[in-house]
Ligand binder design. Sequence first.
Ligand SMILES: NC(=O)c1ccc[n+]([C@@H]2O[C@H](COP(=O)([O-])OP(=O)(O)OC[C@H]3O[C@@H](n4cnc5c(N)ncnc54)[C@H](OP(=O)(O)O)[C@@H]3O)[C@@H](O)[C@H]2O)c1
Length: 245
Amino acid sequence: MLKNQAIRTMGTILITGGAKRIGAQISLHLAKSGYSIAIHYNHSHKEAQNLAKKIRHYKVRCEIFHTDLTNNEEVAALIPAVQKKFSNLQCLVNCASIFENSSLLTENLSDFNRHFSIHLKAPFILSSQFAKHSKRGQIINILDTNIVKNKTAHLSYLLSKKSLANLTSLSAVELAPHIRVNAVAPGLILPPDGKKSEYLERLAKHIPLKRKGEPADIAKAVQFLLENTYITGQTIFVDGGEHLI
Ligand SMILES: NC(=O)c1ccc[n+]([C@@H]2O[C@H](COP(=O)([O-])OP(=O)(O)OC[C@H]3O[C@@H](n4cnc5c(N)ncnc54)[C@H](OP(=O)(O)O)[C@@H]3O)[C@@H](O)[C@H]2O)c1
């Protein structure tokens, strides 16, 4: 904790799905570096409140914002709500996600719609709102190392993340020169619901660096993209080399 120091005045970063897991690590890491943090959450109200308390110890501002990203009207209201509280919104990090099994044979349209709402439609609406309201800044989309592969076990998940990768490139071109748009593609970082860390450690034996990564590795990549002002349209794979094989 930084004692006897006034609130710092760097830009504000909005992180969707920022209350838990990788999103929380990004929130904390950027707060430690002096950025103000707008934490978006859906169900994790308590976690968002607790994280906000922790973040304020770094003498930066932090507020929490509830939005169900499957609801278009709620999504469209998020950036204006953040801008009411913060005058200096600098970066939108689209991190919120679901990860569910689906295939063409088992698919029902509601699974498909939920994946595309959260991974593509919400980032599309938020990017558009961000560009209209902020005029300059950065957008960072969190993808998945598997966007370069064609694994079918989570078909709607992967298809929607591949689409978000395309949105990253298209919006990098459309929103230049005042808004940079980049992405981070994590590999084996945190186990999905119902799986333990050993599950990822087993999978990690088959990737070049032979170990799983940490949420902090993702947070550091986000900060790198945020602060390197000559990069746009780039995806950093933070995956121990998994995308290579
Ligand atoms: N975990 C990994 O190893 C890994 C690997 C590859 C890629 N990634 C990517 O990295 C990012 C973070 O991963 P993660 O595992 O930390 O994510 P996660 O735990 O699966 O999800 C992050 C947050 O997304 C929010 N969310 C889900 N549905 C929502 C909805 N309808 N409306 C609003 N928010 C919603 C949830 O917020 P609430 O809890 O508030 O409901 C959740 O805490 C994701 O984009 C993921 O695809 C992760």
